[in-house]
Design a protein around this ligand. Structure first.
Ligand code: AYL
Length: 507
């Protein structure tokens, strides 16, 4: 049984991401494209177009071009968009890096992606230089000093086969892998989103969720620029500053991850702000509680509905449609995007579940990645006959709304960020007193879910010491937040950790 979108198929434009997203830039001319919510510094559409062309020329003169990968280590700011589209205009791909990663984590991504240059936010330039030295990268380019030139390159690219963005995701198992998203994948997803979530020049988008994650990149930044909206950037979520930004810039569309909705539902002072400009709010990246949603909706005076997808799908596969905002029940993740099909199968099999029953969601569409970089085996287990395995247990109701029931895959989501248990287990196993370890996600008030380690120790060791040991090596959002000592890690006959058994026993 194959489910399809209620919307008619759309034509995917045959263009590169930059051609598509900035195609209207001339038309929007003096309109503000991006504003730094902190400093007020802004860039018009004409200014964005000109900066992209100038820096594309500068990057090309350094030798950046088709087949290359450029890393971008930065938080949200208007120049982020300039860097992305300048790099893409040379024909190279971007690998977005989270600036809170530790030096070894950054180094690992730079090596895995084969990055040739590193563009960095001015605040983290020292860390960037160290990472570049460790990996032999020659060019470290601060965002405020990108090279400029006169003649923008005009590479001939095939959108269907040229990788544009290389984010890292652990998918359903193992550690982070480079996700090859082509120009066509991203253009398709923007066009799909646009068929139902219609951002226009009158919209103002609050962009606090990171552009280095695919949600911020596609759904917030590039969707906004494509629609001719104004994108207001903030580098991190601080409630007061966020509320002031919504009010000051008369934001019409807000984008949340669940912890933001929780903060808006519970914190003091939300009602002191005039949020009457807000028309639509979208939440995605992790499960969202219905009660919390309704409390936040009452305070914001605006409905909140969900999007769903994954990095490997550029990311959107399910969405809410503007004209169905009020009729879409809270709690579901919406309906299938145009050109997108779904199947629900018994986990681990290719067998459809009976209608109405939950099954593992498989999705197919033009937004599904080319594959994992240099990892044919992982690609082959993630995508079979064009069907991407999501690792999510899902049901669909009679109206075609999809509901997430559970997450079957290993992945832990802390505040919507990916945490790969395999990565933390590998760190724990390097501790001299640890003989075996398994990490699972357990409920966490602020993060939604957080890593808990089950550890077999060879001699007495304090839980705090183990947590500090891990914390010293990983980004803060990946920290192990509780430890339980056990005599043995439950495993299958083939040696696979039985995480469901551990989850079932954890309080
Ligand atoms: P990744 N509810 C529950 N779980 C979700 C949801 C949701 N609304 N959205 C994403 N997930 C989980 O690669 C799910 O387990 O991409 C999924 O497989 O970081 C995993 O997160 C993918 O994590 C939008 C708005 C997509 C946001 C997103 C988030 C993409 C996160 C489309 O319109």
């Amino acid at each position: 049984m194959i489910y399809s979108s209620p919307l008619p198929d759309i034509e995917v434009p045959d263009a590169t991401l930059t051609e598509y997203v900035l195609g209207g830039a001339e038309r929007y001319g003096d309109k503000t494209a991006l504003v730094d919510g902190r400093t007020g510094e802004s860039l018009t559409y004409a200014g964005l177009r000109a900066a992209v062309d100038a820096h594309a020329a500068g990057l090309a003169s350094l030798g950046v071009g088709p087949g290359d990968v450029v890393a971008l280590l930065a938080g949200n700011q208007p120049r982020y968009a300039v860097a992305v589209h300048a790099v893409l205009s040379t024909g190279a791909a971007i690998t977005p890096v989270n600036p809170v990663l530790t030096l070894p984590e950054i180094t690992k991504q730079l090596l895995a992606s084969g990055a040739k240059a590193l563009i960095t936010a001015d605040e983290v330039v020292d860390k960037a230089r160290e990472a570049a030295t460790a990996t032999g990268i020659q060019h470290v380019l601060p965002l405020s000093e990108l090279p400029a030139g006169d003649t923008p390159p005009r590479p001939r690219l095939d959108p269907a086969t040229t990788v544009a963005v290389l984010p890292f995701s652990s998918g359903t198992t193992g550690t982070a892998k480079g996700v090859q998203l082509t120009h066509r994948n991203l253009v398709a997803n923007l066009a799909q989103q646009r068929a139902g979530w219609r951002i226009g020049p009158d919209d103002v988008q609050a962009a606090v969720l990171p552009f280095f994650h695919i949600y911020g990149f596609t759904i917030i930044l590039n969707s906004g620029l494509l629609g001719g909206a104004t994108v207001v950037t903030l580098p991190r979520f601080e409630l007061r500053e966020y509320l002031r930004t919504l009010e000051r810039h008369r934001v019409t569309r807000a984008y949340f991850a669940p912890p933001m909705v929780l903060a808006l539902a519970t914190a003091e002072g939300v009602e002191d702000h005039d949020l009457s400009s807000l028309r639509y709010a979208l939440c995605g990246a992790a499960p969202l509680d219905i009660d919390v949603t309704e409390r936040a909706e009452r305070r914001l005076g605006c409905l909140i509905r969900q999007g769903y997808g994954m990095t490997e799908a550029s990311p959107g596969t399910h969405q809410v449609f503007d004209d169905a905002f009020t009729t879409t029940p809270p709690g579901c993740v919406g309906k299938l995007s145009p050109n997108t099909e779904a199947r629900l199968v018994r986990p681990g099999t290719d067998e459809d579940v009976p209608p109405g029953e939950p099954g593992e969601l498989l999705v197919r569409g033009p937004q599904v990645m080319l594959g994992y970089l240099g990892n044919a085996e992982a690609t082959a287990s993630a995508i079979t006959d064009g069907w991407l395995h999501t690792g999510d247990l899902v049901r669909v109701d009679e109206d075609g709304n999809f509901w997430i029931v559970d997450r079957l895959k290993e992945l832990i989501k802390y505040k919507g960020y990916q945490v790969a248990p395999a990565e933390l287990e590998a760190v724990l196993l390097t501790h001299p007193d640890v003989t075996d370890a398994a990490v699972v996600g357990v409920p966490h008030a602020e993060g939604g879910e957080a890593p808990k380690a089950y550890v077999v120790a060879s001699r007495p060791v304090a839980a705090e010491d183990l947590m500090a040991f891990v914390a010293g090596q990983v980004a803060p959002y990946k920290k192990v937040r509780s430890v339980e000592f056990v005599s043995e890690i439950p495993k299958s006959p083939t040696g696979k950790i039985l995480r469901r058994v551990l989850k079932g026993t954890s309080g």
